[in-house]
Design a protein. Structure first.
Lengths: 154, 322, 509
């Protein structure tokens, strides 16, 4: 096992251990105590297991989990940014259908291996986006009567 | 390309956004949502689906009402959301249950009170009843109270949760009969509480009249008393608590109706307050409700406002002793 | 044999048409992420207002049956379980699809569903009075032990490290406590308004499974290379029949576990699949193959979650108590026509009751036929390029989680859990135990508190939780399950990751 996953394991299990300890601390200090019996129970187990895992990671004895390679990180980053902007801002800010159309199209264009300079590629991408949006609109807006946030168009 | 789309989208957002904010002349121009703070299939959900089924008719709202369930913690999850996050544009309605949300707001720990909601109309009133298993030794409330006197705190009985109508009824019974009881709130609502009675996990239970009526018809339970001022048309043979010598009024009767969040435009409230009661009076709605064993009680906005204020006072008094 | 007498009613043109409509519609709704069977049935209720009672129930019954099975389609092809019932199906089903055996996995799942489903409905027909007593036998103490039994499964479920499996489970149990506590109504761990109503299982499910899937596709970048386009192996239906029959153990365990768990009020369909999966893994001769695209995993999970459909209606039809949320919605469908379920139901309304049950029998068969047909078409989903797939799954996840409660908060929860889960998965944690914790947490807690309250008022906690044969029976299974996990951990320490296991399996085949 190389050093990269080992360091990653230390960071990851460290974060989990921190969450576990925080949860346990909150459980044991919050009132009313009656409502926190169960959280106290599970958070104790949670914290112990999380610290155990953290210890194993520091000693370099973690056996499972491949970590994330630099290449994978670089590949996913643009998509991840689109995803986060889409879900945490655009969906509500622009309206579901507008935001989804834009995010879908960008995602497709970013990861579709077809050459960017051919007109045919773009036509295909637009067609796929339109087709998907039609299905979503038919299913959710027409059939299921779900009212999604609509800021622009529909 | 991307920038261009985003720019155009932003421009359009600005334009349509402002258009939306004006006038309510055409209200409603799209389907309306009704939030129910209990799970699909519960008594409130079931009745809400029936009373709103004619909303799409031209003589009613002209637009369908879609039910959205937000269950959890005896209704607190739904009402908290309704008070703090629901849009007050008239397209988000909520179902209320009295005394539940008032009792919860007095008890604290939630972000709503009667001041955060504007009632529209009331559709039903479902009194609480005391039930025991079909093979129970108890045959009247006197038997129950005698047992409780002999075993202080040992009479287990189920209800749908803490600070809901059933719990209020339980508190009233404790106070009126001067006994200590063991009220066991059930996390699966009225249906779960009823199951506990039938399975013999508890000695008795407080439950909705409509559900108890069905369970009695199925031969699973006996109904010993009604927590209301008068006997109910569905159960003419079951005496009220008052008749059995316990000074208990109708504070626990579960009133169900429709409300909107504070801040909804007055024009929309007026429109809804005029139309919704007539929707409840619809013949098809009435016959379906009757078939389902759900007692109806239509009240207008003004009547509901009065009822809310009265309940607020009674409950504050009752819960102050805790 | 009353049910044979009324069988003819199912085949009148209108009834049969509704049955077809309910089955096909149910398969589509079930395959849509975010639409659990309960929601799908609730959505159909307004349509039944216009219908005769019998017809309305046929529609609802058919939809219930086929949404449960339809959830397997998205579980297998997209690794998004349509409902909690289908979580276990993803474990082997999606791995099979990733290996190009999507068609086979779907065929197996529909055949197993039909076998389990038919068995469950026959139980409903023949053993209802006996089963009704059984359904009442489970009180708070038993449900508590049952939930604990579920927790013991966590450690060995889909994770190559028991400690990390348990830790995932703990995270799930903790997430379940966020929001209002169900009985006291106290607020717990509300660190952001989006979680003020607690974490809803369906959006969490979508996020935990779908988002890591999307990110994994993204990590492949803009390449054409390698495993991007999977060739879908054709799989004759005949072979699927042979396979299902050959895997008797998994089929039997799945069907029986599903039937028993379906009967228990409140726990029902959500964990039937997972428990059956775990049990057949423990009894299988090839237990090490589970999780690597093994057909037994799919068969056990899917036969279990459809076997639970019939028994889950027992408490409703005999005692008038809905045993599951879906049964509660069906109760509404009966009540609006003035029909009160109960012991007299079969005497007062034999035509309605028996036609309903018969239509569920025929519905299982129709569901299987349509399912096998879909299997042929849908398996080509695996051929969709990953760029398109990632975008589609992302869009579906957002719409699906929003539509559960029309809530933006649920979408944020879905995305945050999903992003977190991707990183956790890279470090050896897995989503299935986490979701199991999320589902079991409230059941364990509520029943523990209720049980304690009853115990304190009566016999005392020790007596209440530790006496009675059913309590002891459950405690013994819990102990057996724990010892088995410990033994497994010591006897064959697994040094491999799940990815390695899958790779090894591929090399062997």
């Amino acid at each position: 096992m190389t050093d990269l996953p080992r360091n990653q394991h230390i960071v990851a299990s460290g974060i989990i251990a921190a969450v576990g300890v925080t949860v346990a601390y909150i459980s044991f200090t919050q009132e009313p105590a009656d409502a926190f019996i169960f959280p106290r129970l599970i958070s104790s187990v949670f914290a112990v297991l999380a610290i155990w895992t953290f210890g194993k990671a520091i000693l370099g004895r973690t056996k499972v989990g491949n970590g994330i390679s630099g290449e994978a990180m670089r590949n996913m980053l643009p998509g991840l940014i689109v995803m986060v902007v889409y879900i945490f801002w655009a969906a509500k800010g622009l309206g579901f259908y507008t935001a989804t159309t834009i995010a879908f199209f960008i995602m497709l264009s970013l990861y579709d291996p077809a050459p960017h300079n051919a007109l045919k590629t773009w036509a295909k991408r637009i067609a796929i986006t339109a087709g998907f949006m039609l299905v979503m609109y038919g299913l959710f807006a027409q059939l299921l009567n779900v009212f999604t946030p609509r800021e622009v168009f529909f | 390309m991307k920038k261009w789309i985003a720019g155009a989208a932003m421009a359009l957002a600005a334009m349509t956004g402002s258009a939306y904010a004006e006038g309510h002349g055409d209200y409603p121009e799209r389907p309306i949502m009704l939030m129910v703070s209990y799970g699909a299939g519960g008594a409130t959900d079931f009745q809400a689906r029936i009373v709103t089924m004619t909303a799409g008719n031209e003589d009613a709202l002209g637009m369908p009402i879609a039910i959205v369930n937000r269950p959890g913690a005896g209704g607190r999850v739904g009402w908290n959301w309704f008070a703090t996050e629901a849009d007050n544009d008239g397209y988000t309605l909520g179902a209320y249950n009295i005394p539940h949300f008032i009792a919860q707001s007095i008890e604290g720990g939630v972000s709503y009170s009667t001041d955060d909601f504007e009632p529209i109309a009331n559709w039903g009133a479902d009194p609480a009843v005391f039930v025991v298993g079909a093979d129970s030794d108890f045959n009247s409330m006197a038997d129950v109270v005698d047992y409780a006197k002999a075993n202080p705190g040992g009479l287990t009985f189920s209800g749908a949760g803490l600070f809901v109508g059933h719990h209020i009824a339980a508190l009233q019974l404790e106070k009126a009969a001067g006994v200590e009881l063991a009220y066991i709130p059930n996390n699966a609502g009225g249906a779960g509480a009823m199951r506990a009675v039938i399975a013999g996990e508890v000695l008795g239970g407080v439950n909705n009249l409509s559900d108890a009526f069905r369970a009695q018809a199925a031969g699973n339970v006996k109904i010993l008393g009604v927590f209301d001022l008068e006997r109910n048309a569905f159960l003419p043979d079951v005496p009220t608590m008052m008749e059995q010598g316990y000074d208990i009024d109708n504070a626990s009767v579960n009133f169900r109706g429709v409300m909107v969040p504070k801040g909804t435009p007055q024009a929309v409230i007026d429109h809804l307050a005029a139309v919704v009661p007539t929707m409840f009076e619809n013949g098809r709605v009435q016959s379906r409700m009757e078939a389902g064993g759900s007692p109806m009680h239509v009240m207008t906005r003004d009547e509901v406002l009065e009822m809310w204020a009265a309940r607020q006072e009674t409950l504050e008094e009752l819960l102050a002793g805790l | 044999m009353d049910f044979l007498f009324y069988m003819g009613d199912v085949f009148t043109p209108i009834n049969f048409g509704l049955l077809l409509l309910g089955t096909v519609g149910g398969l589509i709704l079930g395959a849509t992420p975010g639409l659990s069977p309960t929601m799908a049935v609730a959505l159909l209720i307004p349509f039944t207002f216009q219908l005769e009672p019998q017809q309305g129930l046929i529609l609802l019954g058919a939809a219930y049956t086929s949404t449960v099975a339809g959830g397997a389609v998205s579980a297998i092809l997209l690794k998004i379980p349509g409902a909690p019932a289908n979580i276990a199906t993803t474990l082997d089903g999606h791995t099979m699809a990733a290996k190009g055996e999507g068609a086979k996995a779907l065929q197996l799942s529909f055949l197993a569903s039909a076998v389990g489903g038919l068995f469950g409905v026959f139980l409903l027909i023949f053993l209802t009075p006996v089963l009704a007593q059984w359904a009442l036998a489970f009180g708070p103490s038993h449900l508590f032990w049952l939930a604990i039994l579920g927790v013991t499964v966590i450690g060995t479920l889909d994770s190559s490290s028991v400690v990390k499996g348990l830790l995932s489970g703990c995270i799930g149990l903790w997430l379940a406590t966020i929001g209002f506590d169900d009985i006291m109504g106290a607020q717990r761990f509300i660190f952001h308004p989006a979680v003020s109503g607690g974490i809803n299982v369906i959006p969490a499910l979508i996020g935990l499974f779908a988002i890591p899937q999307v990110i994994t596709m993204l990590t492949k970048g803009r390449t054409r290379s390698g495993a991007e386009v999977i060739t879908v192996k054709r799989h004759p239906i005949r072979l699927a029949f042979v396979e299902v029959i050959r895997r008797k153990t998994a089929l039997t365990i799945g069907t029986i576990t599903g039937s028993i768990i379906g009967l228990i009020p409140g726990v029902g369909g959500q964990i039937a699949g997972l428990v059956a999966y775990d049990q057949s893994k423990k009894f299988s001769k090839e237990s090490e193959k589970f999780g690597t695209g093994h057909s037994e995993g799919v068969i056990a999970a899917e036969s279990a979650n459809n076997a639970m459909v019939g028994p889950s209606l027992v408490p409703l039809l005999t005692l008038s108590i809905p045993g599951s949320p879906t049964a509660a919605v069906l109760l509404g469908g009966l009540l609006i026509h003035g029909i009160f379920p109960g012991p007299d139901l079969f005497m007062n309304y034999p035509q309605v009751a028996w036609t309903f049950i018969d239509s569920m029998l025929i519905g299982q068969i129709l569901m299987c036929i349509f399912g096998l047909y879909i299997a042929g078409l849908a398996a080509s989903v695996a051929r969709v390029p990953h760029a398109v797939m990632a975008a589609i799954v992302l869009g579906l996840a957002v719409f699906g989680s929003y539509s559960v409660q029309n809530s933006m908060g649920d979408v944020y929860v879905m995305a945050s859990l999903g992003l977190g889960m991707y990183f956790l998965e890279r470090f050896g944690f897995s989503a299935a135990p986490l979701v199991l914790g999320l589902i079991l947490g409230p059941i364990a807690e509520a029943n523990f508190i209720q049980g304690s309250m009853i115990a304190n008022a009566t016999v005392g906690q020790a007596t209440y939780f530790f006496t009675g044969w059913l309590n002891w029976f459950l405690i013994l299974i819990v102990l057996a399950s724990v010892s088995y996990s410990i033994w497994m951990e010591i006897a064959q320490r697994r040094y491999t990751t799940k990815d390695d296991a899958v790779a090894k399996e591929e090399a062997l085949s």
